[in-house]
Design a protein around this ligand. Structure first.
Ligand code: ATP
Ligand code: MG
Length: 542
């Protein structure tokens, strides 16, 4: 722009509507839309690369639009489609034939592959390579009008069967697919190939910078050849960048679809999926994901990013915004013997102790309360500052209690803890007494039963695809413990009407979001990310 080469920067995000967007796409979205935000007057198009009607579905178009908007971006003008240019792409095909730069070929897909050669072997010319232009033109027209079955003919450009770059060995640019298309209906029987449609769509839209992943570096000479041969008014500059790879994560739409279709997960928006809709349902925030994409940066070198970094970005964002509430995942009842049975005391507690501006709410304190089963140990080791028989602990934002007696059932399972509370300890420790531990709690009188789903990594190895060459599918590394459902959890009454998508920190437990299936009478929460658990670290050390 400084030198006047460009007046206006135009980028694009070009998804194929054959699946839901995943975290890798988030990187491409943040890059393309981000550049448009960085430069005055710049634009970023959303263009569906809808060149394969067999794999496309209106559901995917909708989901992709929703995900981009959710992530916080808006495309420039109308949504574009490669299919908007089918007529023009056909005309370019005709032009190439007339220039003797393309020919209709009758080899089957299998034969074309065989003729293509390898990295060390030159390709073999198709017997149709020298078909006269007039003949190719007539055939191409008949391909268009649907006279021929799928696979009978293709249109190929005539470049170089001996090229060191296999992409230049007369690639197919049109094939017959006798099927209707989500955008163009039954108008077409032939559809352009991705490589051909992609570079021309970019040129037709006046894209200045066509940013794509590294595997397209070898396709660039083909794009350049097509654009130069056709003398298109615009010739976008392609710049490749490294794909986002995350450990413990699959970022291939085909495999994500397989996980859905084989019912390893609930659907594309299963909270364990690295899809944008899955991450959203899990409670990841758009801000957290965008921050992650910024931190990952843009490089030319393929690397694998630790999933912990994504979790940390989400955690940092949730830490800022999530209201703190009480929820006991695995409850055990405590009875305060010296607290009146009929009494219900309203305590005012902060929504975010570090952010007074987020206000306060009321939680009720009563004779019967629930605490986390793991917050009590009968024989507690040194360094365990939670509840144990004969010892004191503080109930967060409330009183200090002492455990007097453990009640067990016939099987030896603890059913109840009999405790006493110290009325003089509301919000402060009495002189000379140090109570180290603080635990969370929920009133048994007003608390609400809820379902809490704890999610873990979907795969139990860092690279689930590492053994594919040995014939071991990534599916064999699906983590059977990646979801744990607690149906007996109890949450404080203030969450009665919590709206799906709302974010909370369950104090001492983690960050949670309200699932889309949740309603007032059957609350469902998904764990987004854990807090850092210092006790787990202590245990690990010991
Ligand atoms: P998949 O392999 O998951 O099917 P794709 O590349 O076929 O992905 P597209 O819908 O064609 O999916 O992708 C749209 C854009 O997103 C492309 O420009 C592509 O370069 C980019 N993209 C896809 N996956 C990643 C990734 N892992 N990291 C960065 N960018 C990606
Ligand atoms: Mg693609």
């Amino acid at each position: 722009m400084k030198t006047g080469k460009h007046q206006k920067i135009i980028t694009r995000f070009p998804p194929e509507p054959n699946g839901f967007l995943h975290v890798g796409h988030a990187k491409a979205i943040c890059l393309n839309f981000g550049i448009a935000q960085d430069y005055a007057g710049a634009e970023c198009n959303l263009r569906f690369d809808d060149t394969n009607p067999y794999k496309e579905d209106p559901i995917y178009f909708q989901a992709i639009k929703k995900d981009i908007e959710w992530l916080g971006f808006k495309w420039s003008g109308e949504i574009k489609h490669a299919s908007d240019y089918f007529e023009q792409l056909y005309a370019y095909g005709v032009q190439l034939i007339k220039m003797d730069k393309a020919y209709v070929c009758s080899l089957t897909g299998e034969q074309i592959r065989e003729h293509r050669g390898t990295l060390t072997e030159a390709g073999k010319a198709s017997p149709d390579r020298n078909r006269p232009s007039a003949e190719s033109l007539a055939l191409f027209e008949r391909m268009r009008t649907g006279e021929f079955p799928d696979g009978s003919y293709t249109l190929r450009v005539k470049i170089d069967m001996n090229s060191g770059n296999i992409n230049l060995r007369d690639p197919v640019i049109f094939r017959i697919l006798r099927t209707s298309h989500p955008m163009t209906g039954d108008k077409w029987f032939i559809y352009p190939m991705y490589d051909y449609a992609h570079c021309l769509s970019d040129a037709l839209e006046g894209i200045t910078h066509s940013l794509c992943t590294l595997e397209f570096e070898d396709h660039r000479p083909l794009y350049d050849w097509i654009l130069e041969t056709l003398q298109t008014p615009k010739h976008p500059r392609q710049i490749e960048f490294a794909r986002l790879n995350l450990n413990y994560t699959i970022t291939s739409k085909r495999k994500l679809r397989e996980l859905v279709e084989n019912k390893h997960v609930e659907g594309w928006d299963d909270p364990r999926m690295a899809t944008l809709s899955g991450m959203r349902r899990r409670g990841y925030t758009a801000e957290g994901i965008r921050d992650f994409c910024t931190r990952v940066g843009v490089t030319k070198k393929d690397t694998v990013i630790d999933i912990g970094m994504l979790e940390e970005c989400v955690r940092n964002d949730l830490n800022e915004r999530a209201t703190r509430v009480f929820c006991v995942l695995d409850p055990i009842k405590i009875v305060l013997e010296n607290f009146p049975a009929e009494k219900c005391e309203d305590l005012t507690v902060p929504n975010h102790p570090q952010k007074p501006e987020l206000g306060a709410r009321t939680v009720s304190f009563s004779r019967e309360l629930y605490i986390e089963r793991e917050d009590f140990l009968e024989a507690a080791p040194k360094g365990f500052f939670r509840l144990t028989t004969g010892a004191e602990v503080r109930l967060r934002f409330a009183y200090v209690i002492r455990c007097e007696k453990v009640i067990k059932d016939a099987a030896g399972q603890i059913t109840e803890l009999r405790c006493t509370y110290d009325p003089a300890t509301l919000g402060k420790n009495p002189e000379g007494r140090k109570v180290k531990g603080v635990i969370h709690w929920v009133s048994a009188l007003t608390g609400l039963n809820c379902t809490v789903r704890l999610y873990d990594r979907l795969f139990n190895v860092p690279d689930p695809t590492a053994k594919e060459k040995e014939g071991v599918s990534y599916l064999s590394f699906v983590n059977p413990d990646s979801i744990q459902v607690n149906q007996k959890s109890v949450v404080e009454a203030s969450l009665k009407g919590a709206a799906p998508g709302a974010h909370f920190q369950f104090e001492r437990v983690g960050y949670f979001t309200v699932d889309r299936t949740s309603h007032a009478d059957a609350l469902v929460f998904n764990r987004s990310v854990s807090l850092k658990d210092t006790w787990a670290k202590v245990q690990a050390k010991e």
